[in-house]
Design a binder for this molecule. Structure first.
Ligand code: HEC
Length: 116
């Protein structure tokens, strides 16, 4: 029993974070953003690649994406071609903390691992 509890405590934080972020992504973003396929919005693959090019460090990547998603504007977009194609992403009432977690999840490449 003690061993079991120890194991639970030692592995759960990471697994919990990825799972929680996956739920947040699916609940807030996945209706428009698919992982690999661009339908009504760019895919996560496309977004991640574009953001990584501009912001290779996690801190900058996450900060920029969090700010943009909570306040989408043409002037600060990294994806003007996508705005022309799909229209500007609508402003939604996302919590900054929630978006930050999702941005970290995208940066880490965990969307690949936890979605289809
Ligand atoms: C109602 C549909 C919709 C939802 C929901 C949505 N997006 Fe978007 N998003 C778009 C569209 C369309 C674009 C492409 C046009 C643009 O860049 O504004 C986009 C673009 C983006 C971009 C590129 C920004 C740039 O530099 O132009 C990021 C990052 C992004 N979305 C993240 C998210 C995240 C994270 C969520 C969930 C919290 C989310 N989106 C929810 C429609 C949506």
């Amino acid at each position: 029993m003690i061993k079991f509890i120890y194991l639970f405590i030692s592995i759960s934080p990471i697994a919990w974070n990825v799972e929680a972020a996956s739920l947040l992504f699916n609940g807030n973003c996945a209706t428009c953003h698919f992982t690999h396929k661009a339908v009504s919005a760019p895919s996560v693959d496309e977004i991640r690649a574009r953001y990584l090019q501009a912001f290779p460090t996690k801190t900058e990547f996450v900060a920029y994406m969090t700010n943009w998603v909570t306040n989408p504007k043409k002037e600060t977009s990294l994806m003007h071609d996508k705005i022309e194609k799909y229209g500007l992403m609508p402003q939604m009432a996302f919590e900054k903390d929630v978006v930050k977690e999702i941005a970290e999840y995208i940066y880490n490449g965990d969307v690949e691992a936890t979605t289809r």
